[in-house]
Design a protein around this ligand. Structure first.
Ligand code: ITT
Length: 211
């Protein structure tokens, strides 16, 4: 069996491939359909953008499609970058430039004398509470219906990156529960606790009980 995931994010593709392999399923992504047009992500919420991506690709291919819209909400930045997480540092943003922008924005706040709340043993500071959000939408063009689920994980933004795993903001996301950054977790550990892993578990649960 094959699942089509409407994403051009290589990190998401790796995580879905890892999760669906355990269910005996393969994943294809927009890297396998390079000629499909880009979907404009102008929704105000993660859920709206996920539905939009799933519907555009599902209608184009005439088969069920899963989409993921996700991002980072930072408490001391009033929830930013939120739905703008992928392009936080501009049109040609990379994970590295987005992480640099995040630290720049958080370091600006110190000028206002707001106290940092914690320091790790190596001197890394925890600059703000934050959470990752993932909205999943599975669209079936046969009847035009959606199955949807969301997942969340709370953590703290670190002043210095750590770890080589994951993608995006993972090296700056500290998990008190694991005493490691999200980028220091194994794939299985990340799937067990991440916004994406939790959203996927909830979606599969729903689909199972609807059978
Ligand atoms: P697609 O729309 O093609 O799926 P995208 O990268 O544009 O790819 P989003 O609009 O959903 O996807 O943006 C999500 C951004 O949020 C992503 O680029 C990362 O910077 C961040 N993000 C999402 N999930 C993450 C995770 O598990 N770890 C770290 N950062 C994550």
């Amino acid at each position: 069996d094959t699942v089509v995931v409407a994403t051009k994010n290589a990190g998401k593709v790796r995580e879905f491939a890892h999760a669906f392999a355990k269910l005996g399923m393969d994943v294809v992504s927009m890297f396998d359909y390079p000629n499909l047009p880009d979907v404009e992500e102008d929704g105000l919420t993660f859920a709206e953008n996920a539905r939009k991506k799933a519907k555009a690709v599902g209608d184009a291919l005439g088969q069920p499609v899963l989409a993921d819209d996700s991002g980072l909400e930072v408490v001391r930045l009033q929830g930013e970058p939120g739905v703008y997480s992928a392009r936080y540092s501009g049109e040609s943003a990379t994970d590295a430039s987005n992480n640099a922008k995040l630290l720049e924005e958080l370091k600006k706040l110190d000028a206002g004398g707001v106290e940092r709340f914690q320091t790790l043993e190596d001197g890394t500071e925890l600059l703000s509470e934050a959470r990752f959000v993932c909205a999943l939408a599975l669209y079936d063009p046969k009847d035009g219906t959606f199955a949807e689920a969301e997942g969340y994980v709370a953590g703290d933004i670190m002043s210095k990156p750590r770890g080589e795993g994951g993608f995006g903001y993972d090296p700056l996301f500290w998990l008190v529960s694991h005493h490691r950054s999200m980028a220091e977790l194994t794939k299985d550990e990340k799937q067990a606790i991440s916004h994406r892993g939790r959203a996927l578990a909830r979606l599969l649960e729903q689909l199972k009980s609807a059978e």
